[in-house]
Design a protein around this ligand. Structure first.
Ligand code: UD1
Ligand code: CA
Length: 464
């Protein structure tokens, strides 16, 4: 038995996320870290990634707009620390560090660097068990970021902020991503020595790395291969640029999995989208919440789908809005249809233009093809709901239910005053206002009888 050692146990992990800054360059009354990227606050992206590292605690340092930030992150098992004055990133970390347990590894993330990858962080933590480690990146345009200074041998010296950099230093294209990890005790000792004698009169967190190097503590530098994950958001143009870059990546992943995306520049996935093969997504479709599309589903241009399940072979034509709906196989929806929460369509059902459904089921092969409102309604199989049919489900105080059986025919422009029940095979004459139930195979005519008056004299023009 030679060279046999037991694996050293990894230190527990504490994550500190900085989110106290004002975000002046956003020119917004909303704190920067709450601005949405792909439908989710910037800070939430960072928190969701941090959670996947299973840390013992996630600390969030808040300051500017603290109440709004805390409210937006309620019920997530986070530990908040308030940085009263925004004296710099070093000061912000110092607000949370005393709450970190000894003998842990501390990972610092920035609330405005939202797309940092889990695998990058895992590698970084592994390197931060005994020494500080920072994540750097090489950028074609390093403007605005802290630059990484190295000596002639290429060994790390320090990070210099843009505001403090000489002209030559400003040419360096290796930058600090802002992500840093270190053993807790080391970080405490180093931070205590950070001063604010710089252009911005701030306590800079990256100064701990220069100090560590000076005292002979080895500083590891990991360089990310993918600058995309380290882009920080400081203004609205950067936010928009990152949003589009993220959406293009999502579109590319869909295409790689067999989805036909009409234009990667014109798709917005602001939640989770699962697709089968040969799904077709035309331009300007917005997906929110959780959306699942079965094989061969077609989504026409300009649709919005939120929390929707669509089974295979269904065709959703342009300009539809679906929310909280479940759509069966081979249905046809739209153009211009609106399915509201609780809409459930069985296979081959059809909902056409200017039809609104809410809390309504349509059975196999049933159709509501034009201009209708169906609310709190259960419709059986193979029924036809004529153009202009309205279910009057609301009496001003309470909602009432409508039941329509199988193979029912509701003529155009009918008004069904709920509660009401149309049994299997019932037939409703066009233009009816129905307040009573209709039994199987009955014809209901609920309209004034037509009178024709012969020899009708048209009124004269008014001579007054
Ligand atoms: C920072 C780094 C820079 C790095 C860049 C990467 C410092 C001094 N500079 O610059 O080296 O290249 O990020 O994106 O760290 N914050 C607080 N309290 C404060 C100040 C900031 O919580 O007192 C938070 C902000 O809300 C933000 C993060 O820290 O989430 C970064 O602050 P920001 O002012 O944007 O730093 P940068 O100038 O971008
Ligand atoms: Ca920043």
């Amino acid at each position: 038995m030679e060279g046999f050692t037991l694996a050293t146990a990894f230190k527990d992990l504490e994550v500190i996320i900085l989110a106290a800054g004002r975000g002046t360059r956003m020119c917004s009354s909303i704190p920067k870290v709450l601005h949405p990227l792909a439908g989710k606050p910037l800070l939430q992206h960072v928190i969701d990634t941090a959670k996947q590292l299973s840390p013992t605690q996630i600390h969030v340092v808040v300051g500017h707009g603290a109440d709004a930030v805390q409210a937006a992150l309620a019920n997530q098992k986070l530990t908040f620390h308030t940085q009263v004055e925004q004296l710099g990133t070093g000061d912000a970390v110092a607000c949370a560090l005393p709450a970190c347990k000894p003998n842990t590894a501390v990972l610092v993330l920035f609330g405005d660097v939202p797309l940092i990858a889990l695998s990058t962080l895992q590698a970084l933590i592994t390197g931060a068990q005994d020494n500080p480690i920072m994540l750097a990146a090489r950028l074609d345009n390093p403007g605005g970021y802290g630059r990484v200074l190295r000596d002639e041998k290429g060994d790390f010296l320090a990070v210099v902020e843009q505001a403090d950099a000489s002209e030559t230093q400003a040419l360096i294209n290796e930058v600090n991503t802002g992500v840093l990890a270190a053993p807790a005790e080391q970080l405490v000792a180093l931070l205590n020595r950070v001063e604010n004698d710089n252009a911005q009169k701030e306590y800079y967190l990256p100064d701990v790395l220069g100090l560590a190097q000076q005292e002979g503590t080895e500083v590891a530098i990991a360089v990310t291969e993918d600058p995309f994950e380290m882009y920080g958001v400081n203004d609205r143009l950067q936010l928009q640029t990152l949003e589009r870059a993220l959406q293009c990546r999502r579109a590319d992943a869909l295409m790689a999995a067999g989805v036909a995306v009409a234009d990667r520049q014109r798709i917005d996935i602001r939640g989770e989208l699962d697709c089968g093969v040969d799904v077709e997504i035309d331009i300007n479709v917005v997906f929110e919440g959780r959306v699942s599309l079965g094989d061969g589903v077609k989504i026409g241009a300009h649709c919005v789908l939120k929390d929707v399940v669509v089974a295979s072979g269904t065709d959703i034509q342009p300009f539809c809005h679906l929310e909280g709906a479940v759509v069966g196989e081979r249905c046809r929806i739209g153009p211009y249809a609106r399915l509201r929460p609780g809409s459930i369509l069985s296979e081959t059902a059809r909902v056409g233009n200017f039809v609104e459904t809410k809390n309504t089921t349509l059975g196999v092969g049933s159709k509501a093809n034009h201009l209708a409102y169906l609310g709190d309604t259960n419709i059986g199989a193979q029924s036809n709901i004529g153009a202009g049919t309205i279910t009057c489900n609301y009496d001003g105080i309470n909602k009432h239910h409508t039941t329509v059986g199988d193979a029912v025919f509701v003529g155009s422009n009918s008004t069904l005053v709920a509660p009401i029940d149309l049994s299997d095979g019932a037939f409703v004459a066009a233009g009816s206002v129905l307040t009573n139930n209709v039994s199987t195979k009955e014809l209901a005519v609920g309209r004034a009888r037509q009178r024709n008056i012969s020899g009708w004299q048209r009124p004269d023009e008014n001579k007054d």
